[in-house]
Ligand binder design. Structure first.
Ligand code: NDP
Ligand code: GDR
Length: 344
């Protein structure tokens, strides 16, 4: 039985990956942070029996001793480093913590593997990101596209990307970067734009909320489904040689188009408004509207991202199996059901 250690197991990808690895017969170890309220609620959303199948350990990417101890004790065959302060806008507010977790945390974990003498045994997956491309130099972005990160989050992930490559080249470790474009699901954090939209429109439909405030509606993203993307994280660690891969759908849409897809899935009429709003976002007629607020703009924006996953298609057999329409619909209907349960 293979043993896997997942950091960031309580996050969106962590839950889908744990489910996948358990279904493949893995012994799954999850690293979890101490929290004053439980951070494992996503497991209840997905399938609470999964929780009991996982071996839980306290640890933190900012705490070397916990990482050294865990890796030495578990001696995992595979480590998936999904933990991160993953919100791009928040990284402008907590830049040092973001660097400590996302950049140095990756280094600490790689060192823990070496200190345990497992550099020729443990395979390592690093959750790299399309945010590395930032101010894009070419479209679509591939593994060969130059990086230009645009946030403390992305700069920290750039360090993590290169230290992963460096440990592969220096110590012969099987260490891979998955350069994943945005991927979403009904388990997505509420502060990311897709989930913020599906939850707000479901609440507006049920009469629990009047207005949705958003930032840059013209930002373009290549959005896929998290369930499809974790399958590629696993496949990257099953190759003969470690390598880095872009995972993307090759389709792009704006935030505004995503709102429209969600409204369609929920059979709602929406009104766009930018001026003539009172403090709470109502217009003079008290309409329910979608409004734009400077609060949600970033100091430096990543305006457009579009990936080419040709290499992953050829070597990992990757094809995106969920369209953006299907994703928007699945997320919207899941939130509508949640809101209705809440109401009941
Ligand atoms: P989430 O934000 O949903 O989950 C982040 C996870 O990291 C949570 O389990 C969180 O724990 C944990 N975490 C945060 N800080 C620490 C720390 N200091 N020590 C240990 N654990 C910590 O992220 P996603 O699941 O969406 O993404 C997974 C990874 O993939 C992240 O690294 C992200 O940056 C990257 N990525 C994500 C993409 C996406 O579109 N989703 C695209 C490309 C890359 P807690 O529950 O306690 O907060
Ligand atoms: P992103 O995701 O920054 O791409 O990072 P997010 O959903 O936060 O933003 C996507 C785009 O939408 C615009 N936007 C808003 N964003 C948020 N969060 N809230 C709003 O109200 C809003 N209005 C408009 C943003 O400006 C942006 O352009 C995600 C994270 O999962 C990262 O960890 C991961 O590395 C990348 O995806 C790939």
């Amino acid at each position: 039985m293979k043993k896997a250690l997942i950091t960031g197991i309580t996050g969106q990808d962590g839950v889908y990956l744990a489910q996948l690895l358990l279904s493949k017969g893995y012994e799954v170890h999850g690293m979890i942070r101490m929290a004053s309220t439980p951070s494992t609620t996503r497991f209840d959303d997905m399938d609470s029996s999964l929780y009991d199948s996982i071996q839980w350990h306290y640890g933190d990417l900012t705490d070397s001793p916990s990482l050294v101890r865990l890796v030495a004790e578990i001696r995992p065959d595979e480590i998936y480093n999904l933990a991160a302060q993953s919100h791009v806008k928040v990284s402008f507010e907590v830049p040092e913590y973001t660097a400590d977790t996302n950049a140095l945390g990756t280094l600490r974990l790689l060192e823990a593997i070496r200190l345990a003498g497992l550099e020729k045994h443990t395979r390592f997956y690093q959750a790299s990101t399309s945010e590395l491309f930032g101010k894009v130099r070419e479209t679509p972005q591939t593994e060969a596209t130059p990086f230009h990160p645009r946030s403390p989050y992305a700069v920290a992930k750039l360090y993590a990307y290169w230290i992963t490559v460096n440990y592969r080249e220096s110590y012969g470790m099987y260490a891979c970067n998955g350069i994943l474009f945005n991927h979403e699901s009904p388990l997505r954090g509420h502060e990311f734009v897709t989930r913020k939209i599906t939850l707000a429109l479901a609440r507006i439909k049920c009469g629990l909320q009047d207005c949705l405030m958003l930032g840059n509606l013209d930002a373009r993203r290549d959005w896929g489904h998290a369930r499809d993307y974790v399958e590629m994280q696993w496949r990257m660690l099953q190759q003969d040689e470690a390598d880095d891969f872009v995972i993307a759908t090759g389709q792009q849409a704006t935030v505004r188009e995503f709102v429209e897809l969600v409204a369609k899935a929920l059979d709602m009429e929406i009104t766009w408004k930018n001026q003539g709003l009172d403090e709470e976002g109502f217009d003079a007629e008290g309409n329910r509207i979608i409004a734009i607020s400077p609060e949600f703009f970033r100091p430096a924006e990543v305006q457009k991202l579009l990936g080419s996953a040709k290499k992953a298609h050829e070597k990992l057999g990757w094809t995106a199996s969920t369209t953006l329409e299907e994703l928007a619909q699945e997320m919207a209907l899941a939130d509508l059901e949640r809101v209705r349960k809440e109401q009941a």
